[in-house]
Design a protein around this ligand. Structure first.
Ligand code: IMP
Ligand code: MG
Length: 176
């Protein structure tokens, strides 16, 4: 089946995403001037966004990755988070920025933030390509948001449905 059969209209183009990565990268460089940051990408969805963002941060930048899953139905999170891959780096005393594809309920990141806070980083912030505020169930501040989207199931630019569509060079949603 071709991806054109199931994927709806383009909601956000690659050009818009690259422009936003530049804006946020510049903002991060200003806010952490004279210091370094470690970007922690949440596999697998954050890979494309993190690659764009890191090129725009003119500071000492380290990167690492974590993978986690939440139990439950395919399109809704259950609230229980399991760590499948932990960090290789020590984050004690470092400025951590967690890079995520999308924040929906906020449960995944709320858990991960607490988990990483226990390792005594100097600071910890969150940067998400997309924010779906209507889905929020946890009290979570997303410090850097690429774009705010409606409560639809989004695919593309790293985001999947059953592991498909991550490679799309734009943000779309599944057509009904
Ligand atoms: P949360 O814990 O509800 O905030 O869920 C966050 C995770 O669920 C994200 O990292 C995504 O992997 C996944 N997710 C939430 N909404 C979507 C969506 O619209 N498309 C694809 N994945 C999503
Ligand atoms: Mg994810």
């Amino acid at each position: 089946m071709s991806r054109k059969d199931t994927v709806g209209e383009i909601m956000i183009t690659q050009e818009q995403i690259l422009a936003r990565a530049k804006e946020i990268g510049n903002q991060i460089a200003k806010e952490y001037a004279g210091e370094g940051v470690i970007l922690i990408g949440i596999l697998r969805g954050a890979v494309l966004w993190m690659a764009d963002l890191m090129k725009e941060i003119d500071l000492d930048v380290e990167i690492d990755f974590m993978a986690c899953s939440s139990y439950g139905a395919a399109t809704k999170t259950s609230g229980v988070v399991k760590i499948n891959k932990d960090l290789d780096s020590d984050i004690e005393g470092k400025n951590v920025i967690i890079v995520e594809d999308i924040v929906d309920s906020g449960i995944t990141l709320n858990y991960l933030k607490g988990y990483l806070e226990n390792r005594s980083p100097k600071s910890i912030k969150i940067c998400a390509l997309l924010d779906k505020p209507e889905g929020r169930r946890a009290d979570l501040v997303v410090d850097y948001v690429g774009f705010t989207v409606e409560d639809k199931f989004i695919v593309g630019y790293g985001l999947d449905f059953n592991q498909k569509y991550r490679q799309l060079p734009y943000i779309s949603c599944l057509s009904e």
